[in-house]
Design a protein around this ligand. Structure first.
Ligand code: ATP
Ligand code: MG
Length: 214
């Protein structure tokens, strides 16, 4: 495989993190020429009226889930920063720190379908590559503008991600696990157990802090 130079960045609300996120992260970390894979919880996600657990809890759960795995690191910057967590600002910040290191933004298919609603979304391609991970029940449905932006950037060659700092779009097959944070929150609010959908350490944390039961 090509030298591992790029930095992978997987943003999300992680409310809570689950095996769908984690297995996708693990497979991306193995299959792509990355030197580092960062999971980055959004502090104040612009697309949601609220989160269910605080940023601190979501961050702690993500740490518990990834602590044993050296290639998966948690990037706290969006939680520490004041105000809305716009991905374009975050990537600009990382770009300023990393020079021309290739940056690879990981996004699930459901989120990519709505990419054209993100703040300054066209600038994302100047700052990073995009890796699109499929998600059960989510087909690609791109608006005209989104399709026009994505289509010429599409490649199947992961090696290209190391060739330039930003700008390619690569679809990535990951194991399809039909798990969502919404489903886990629903299970908990009904007083049932979400066992085997997310790590036991995270379940223990949720129980200890009485998360998602209300
Ligand atoms: P919610 O139900 O609250 O929206 P979620 O499970 O969709 O939670 P998010 O934090 O919204 O999790 O997702 C963060 C990122 O992870 C998004 O890019 C999303 O597409 C991706 N993702 C979430 N679940 C999966 C999964 N099971 N397989 C692959 N990607 C996933
Ligand atoms: Mg989601």
């Amino acid at each position: 495989m090509a030298p591992r130079r790029a930095i992978g960045i997987f943003g999300g609300t992680f409310d809570p993190v689950h095996f769908g996120h984690l297995r996708a992260a693990a497979e991306a970390s193995e299959k792509l020429p990355l030197r580092e894979f960062r999971l980055m919880p959004a502090g104040s996600p612009p697309h949601r009226s609220r989160t269910f657990a605080s940023a601190e809890h979501r961050l702690n759960m993500l740490r518990l889930a990834t602590d044993d795995y050296e290639d998966l690191v948690v990037d706290e910057r969006e939680v520490r920063r004041e105000g809305e967590s716009y991905m374009v600002d975050t990537l600009a910040e990382i770009r300023a720190e990393e020079g021309d290191t290739p940056l690879v933004l990981m996004i699930g298919q459901d989120a990519v379908n709505k990419l054209d609603s993100w703040h300054e979304w066209r600038s994302l391609f100047d700052l990073a590559h995009l890796v699109v991970m499929q998600r059960p029940k989510s087909k690609h449905i791109y608006s005209g503008a989104l399709f026009e932006e994505l289509q010429p950037r599409l490649t199947e060659d992961a090696g290209l991600l190391n060739r330039q700092p930003a700008g390619y779009v690569l679809p990535l097959e990951v194991t399809q696990l039909e798990i969502s944070s919404t489903r886990i929150r629903r299970i908990l609010s009904q007083g049932r157990s979400p066992r085997f959908l997310l790590p036991e350490s995270v379940i223990a944390y949720m129980r200890e802090h009485d998360l998602y039961t209300g």
